[in-house]
Design a protein around this ligand. Structure first.
Ligand code: ZN
Length: 598
């Protein structure tokens, strides 16, 4: 072969080569004027910078760019597609758009994620030119959280707000265990509330001027949980599935933790596949489809024991700890079936229950749960009796079944099991029945459940501050909040919630009854004995009143301490005239994500 020395011809050759054409050119002045030129091996693929380490399941912080480079002329804009693949981790997948065209000589991959943590990973880019196959391997990188432990603990009191906390403190005479933590108020609206209200979802001015505003529309636990776990506002009832017709499967902080090798747990005092724990690790169009939700939580595949109604595909990495109610022993419970419980035991879950399904005695269940927690690879504690529910603890401490673990005992078990995870864990702990007591307008149940929740918070803080287990406030994020208020508990019928409740005493709790004047459940000093609140005519002292049997759109408090919690201040939305600066519940996701990244 012969080389052309004319500069003009060289440019022409390369220009033709650049569009992928084998060239036959005429260069005046040589022989017959025809000259066959093999393509010069001057082009190569190059990564523009190396892939950055970061979280599995999250897009790369900077897009991955691959250039076809001409050694003398820089990026070469040939008409070719560059494809990309992952090497170094057989069980790990590269997701996103894996083929991209060259634009100005560079292929840009801006939506790539890696679905599971791994080290010494490489990306391999390749392109088929008509004349040569190009391939290049990136420098090594890792996806996953950094070495070392982090603990993310989100405690949610379902149906909880400022008045409920005040009532609990008034009755017990004890400051709640989160009283010393930092806090902001927090809005809880979902997309349906925003559409109904025709405003930003929560308008501080309307909230304190129009009493009806707070109860005309409110989030449910599913959409609120989705906002806290995914940072995305959705429609009422959805379990980590996005809003509208698109129904996108959302990635939860629980999913992200699992993808990154961090332990994951969900604990609740109500059935385990109820909305708040479910949305942490499962994805469904509706909270009502509890069986496929339970299948997804226990086995990863929402179609394990039945149809995958409402589901959005499998969650291949299982949680490590699930503890809650929903036991099928009495029937009538649609949360967990016997088939699911038996299959869980056969498929690697260490089951602890109180009805002998775990092959153990039926006595000393809470102690057994805690003892087994430290040995279990996967811990499934399933409790409850009638309809799978754990009986209410009432305000005077009665009603509790000693064979049902308290929320504090469940929390302790979860922490003991999860603390062995080498990269730490992410856990949600729900006091679920405060909401039920609010729906029932029942102060006795509400106080009892509030005491149970506060005890659980004390247990968690004790664990964080225990010097023997490697946890401290530097590597632990604690968030204590509510998903929404329930019952619009106030100091009287149609009183705004800034007026303090009357003192909550045993006698006043027992006097709580339905008032036919305003149509609310309340406790008041019925001076004239007519069974009606007469505060306008005879100035009867009112202690409290429940203004709805549903949820309210009140701001709720969000308490926090520890790792990454200083970030909350960056997410303040606005100032409420009564509650002060408030954040939105989507900020919880953002701060938990920050704690995972560190
Ligand atoms: Zn509710």
């Amino acid at each position: 072969m012969s080389f052309v020395t004319s500069k003009t011809c060289l440019i022409l050759v390369w220009a033709c080569f650049a569009v992928g054409v084998s060239v036959l050119v005429s260069c005046g002045g040589g022989g017959d004027g025809r000259l066959v030129v093999d393509p010069p091996k001057l082009q190569s693929l190059n990564f523009q910078g190396s892939p950055q380490s970061g979280l599995a399941g999250r897009p790369f912080e900077a897009p991955i760019q691959v250039a076809v480079v001409d050694k003398e002329q820089g990026p070469s804009d040939v008409d070719v597609t560059v494809s990309i693949r992952l090497e170094g981790a057989p069980a790990t997948n590269l997701r996103g758009t894996l083929e991209r065209p060259l634009v100005n000589g560079v292929a840009t991959f801006d939506d790539l994620t890696i679905d599971r943590h791994g080290q010494d990973l490489t990306l391999v880019a390749s392109a088929e030119l008509s004349t040569q196959s190009l391939s290049v391997t990136s420098l090594k990188f890792s996806r996953g959280v950094k070495a070392g432990k982090r603990h993310v603990i989100l405690m949610i009191a379902d149906g909880w707000g400022y008045p409920e906390i005040a009532a609990g403190a008034s009755f017990s005479g004890q400051r709640p265990p989160y009283a010393n933590l930092s806090s902001f108020a927090m809005s809880t609206w979902d997309v349906d509330v925003k559409a109904f209200n025709g405003d930003s979802g929560y308008d501080p001015k309307r909230a304190w001027e129009d009493f009806g505003y707070l109860v005309q529309s409110a989030t449910d636990s599913a959409s609120s949980a989705t906002a806290m776990y995914t940072g995305v506002k959705t429609n009422s009832g959805r379990i980590s599935v996005g809003p509208g017709a698109a129904r996108e499967r959302l990635q939860t902080i629980g999913d992200l933790a699992r993808m990154n090798g961090v332990g994951v747990g969900a604990v609740t005092s109500v059935p385990i596949s109820h909305a708040t724990p479910a949305a942490f690790v499962a994805h469904n169009d509706s909270r009502a489809f509890t069986r496929p939700i339970t299948d997804e939580m226990l086995f990863g595949d929402p179609a394990t024991t039945g149809g995958p109604v409402g589901a959005h595909g499998p969650s291949p990495i299982l949680p490590d700890v699930l503890i809650g109610g929903g036991h099928p022993v009495t029937g009538g419970n649609h949360y967990v079936s016997f088939a699911q419980l038996v299959k869980a035991r056969a498929s690697g879950w260490m089951v602890v229950d109180r009805w002998g399904i775990d092959g153990d005695t039926r006595k000393g269940t809470p102690a057994r749960l805690i003892a087994k927690a430290a040995q279990a690879d996967r811990l499934f504690g399933l409790f409850g009796s009638f309809f799978g529910n754990i009986p209410y603890r009432l305000h005077d401490g009665s009603g509790q079944d000693p064979e049902e673990p308290t929320l504090a005992q469940m929390s302790k078990a979860a922490l003991l099991s999860l603390e062995r995870q080498s990269k730490g864990f992410c856990v949600v702990i729900e006091g679920g029945a405060i909401d039920w007591a609010g729906h029932a307008n029942n102060m006795s149940q509400m106080i009892g459940e509030m005491v149970g929740f506060n005890d659980a918070v004390r247990e968690v803080i004790r664990w964080i501050e225990d010097p023997s287990n490697g946890s401290d406030w530097n590597n632990t994020l604690l968030i204590v909040t509510g998903d929404h208020e329930t019952g619009l508990l106030t100091a009287g019928p149609r009183f705004f919630p800034d007026k303090p409740l009357g003192e909550v005493t045993d006698a006043r709790i027992r006097a709580e009854t339905y008032d036919y004047n305003y149509g609310v459940v309340a406790s008041w000093d019925d001076a004239n004995g007519n069974g009606r609140i007469d505060y306008e005519t005879s100035e009867e002292e009112i202690y409290w009143a429940w203004n709805t049997t549903g949820h309210s759109n009140c701001l709720v408090p969000c308490y926090f301490k520890g790792m990454a919690s200083e970030r909350f201040k960056d997410f303040v939305v606005q100032k409420d005239p009564v509650r002060g600066d408030y954040i939105d519940n989507t900020a919880i996701y953002k701060v938990m994500l920050e704690a995972l990244r560190r």
